[in-house]
Design a protein around this ligand. Structure first.
Ligand code: AMP
Ligand code: MG
Length: 490
């Protein structure tokens, strides 16, 4: 029996959507992370992979029936259109259908050059691979749609960036790797036939309810808009900054994808940027909702010829859909924030209450995650006000906000215990803080020590629980521990 029951639907699409790829292999593959639970959920042979994962997930051995392709795409990078990108260091191993009947891509990232590598080496360094593994799995545990990580293998080969670094390959699992940029690639070449093939494939895979509709492609645009609005609202709720929201890094499925220089807020700042290459703050925390809309407008443009044969009618329909994003996002964001504050029935004044908390956090240099978690403890026990106040530079002002919040929650009919439970499950205790990720990377890179990686991963598996053994992962960084910059590592 083959190790994987691959069913590669993407390779049945027109050949110009992809190119054959061959993994470069690894001289000394060492699998330092294997997600056996995910493997089981995918219906894979867990014990066989525990034995053979290093060879398979480094690309040293190609399993029977593998797709071995790199997907082509284009994309707007920091607002500039690049007509030719594609999987430059990734290779689709194949698609599997889980026992629940869901289709997933299994992709190696960092497995060697492809036809789309341009000047890149097709490799990934250990640090970014660890970051992707940690953050993607944390996002999943936090309840945010995301690509997953199935395995991470150190290759034993060096990759050359500013210095020589240990190389690694991460095995990513996604409901698909179709990006806004995939549509843009063919739209830019006026290859409407390919755009249509891709759209039909995306609908079948992600939005089957649209099949047979009168306007399936407008429906596709609207559906992606809804998923992205919901996704970005979730990011905002946990203080996640993607860092490179280029259109090639936005998935049609609505999953978070391409964890590069991403990071979570410590101290709250709306303008916060971690990525070293985001010099103008295009992808700053508070810009993410608007950038989401901008990217979706690029998707709309690519879909125009399918939306309506009459160009004017197509533009009008697409515009209405894109304009609608604003309200959809605002509703999603309010839902997220009201849950974080434990508010029951919607009140008009809720937005003001939320905004006054955020501006007070910004002025008071409050830690985003700790402040909201403290608010949950206040909901749990009246004795916890001091913990909340202590997050702020101006404790008195914080107390006055807390009094307003208490007056507001007193108007709701929800039971206090139900409210506290809701707040516990929307205000995480543990997030993958940048300094903890860096610390784990340092230990692995410098000493081959993966114990901090393992501990961080374990802490993040249940982010909504307070567990004394993981207290160090709840603490904000001390000034000397702060890691203000992240790098793509490409
Ligand atoms: P990213 O910023 O990681 O989303 O990558 C942008 C584009 O650069 C994608 O087409 C990648 O496949 C490509 N790329 C990134 N790193 C490398 C690399 N080391 N070798 C080849 N291509 C790369
Ligand atoms: Mg990318």
């Amino acid at each position: 029996m083959p190790a994987f029951a691959f069913d590669n639907s993407y390779t049945r699409l027109p050949e110009r959507l992809f190119a054959p790829a061959r993994p470069a292999g690894a001289s000394e593959p060492f699998m330092f992370a294997f997600n056996s639970q995910l493997a089981e959920d995918l219906g894979l042979d867990v014990s066989w992979l525990e034995q053979n994962g290093a060879a398979i997930f480094s690309g040293s051995t190609s399993p029977e029936g593998a797709a071995n392709i790199a997907m082509v795409y284009a994309g707007h990078q920091f607002g500039q259109f690049n007509p030719q990108l594609g999987d430059g260091r990734a290779m689709l191993l194949g698609e599997v259908v889980s026992p629940q009947g869901r289709r997933y891509d299994i992709q190696l990232k960092g497995s060697g050059p492809t036809l789309f590598s341009r000047n890149g080496d097709g490799r990934a360094a250990l640090g970014p691979v660890m970051r992707e593994y940690i953050v993607s799995e944390a996002m999943h545990a936090l309840g945010v749609p995301t690509t997953r990580s199935l395995a991470a293998v150190a290759t034993g080969d060096a990759v050359y960036r500013e210095t020589a670094l240990p190389g690694a390959v991460v095995t990513r699992v996604a409901t698909s790797h179709i990006r806004v940029g995939t549509f843009q690639y063919f739209a830019a070449r006026q290859d409407v036939e390919a755009v249509k093939a891709l759209a039909d494939h995306a609908i079948a895979r992600h939005y089957p309810e649209l099949e047979g509709r009168e306007h399936p492609y407008l429906g596709l645009l609207q559906a992606v808009i809804r998923r992205q609005a919901a996704l970005i609202a979730k990011w905002m709720g946990i203080g996640f900054i993607h860092g490179v929201m280029n259109t090639d890094n936005m998935a049609i499925s609505g999953e978070t994808i391409d964890f590069g220089p991403c990071a979570f807020l410590d101290v709250y700042s709306a303008r916060k940027v971690f990525s070293s290459i985001d010099r103008n703050g295009r992808y700053a925390y508070a810009n993410q909702p608007a950038i989401g809309q901008w990217n979706l407008a690029r998707l709309a443009e690519a879909l125009l010829p399918l939306i309506n044969e009459d160009q004017e009618a197509a533009v009008a329909a697409a515009n209405t859909a894109i304009t609608g994003y604003g309200e959809i996002f605002q509703d999603e964001w309010m839902t997220v924030m009201r849950a974080k504050l434990g508010l029951g029935e919607a009140r008009e004044s809720d937005l003001t209450l939320i905004q006054s908390l955020l501006s007070m956090m910004e002025e008071g240099q409050a830690d985003f995650t700790r402040t909201f978690r403290a608010l949950y403890t206040v909901a749990q026990s009246d004795a916890a006000d001091a913990a909340f106040r202590s997050e702020f530079a101006d404790p008195q002002k914080a107390q006055s906000w807390l009094n307003d919040w208490r007056d507001r929650t007193a108007e709701d009919s929800i039971e206090p215990t139900v409210r506290a439970e809701q707040m516990r499950n929307t205000n995480p205790a543990i997030i993958p803080r940048n300094h903890r990720i860096e610390e784990a990377i340092r230990a692995a890179e410098d000493d081959g020590d993966f114990s901090l990686f393992g501990a961080l991963h374990a802490a993040l598996a249940d982010p909504y629980s307070d567990r004394p053994e993981f207290e160090r992962y709840q603490a904000a960084p001390l000034p000397h521990e702060e890691v203000p910059r992240t790098f793509c590592g490409t």
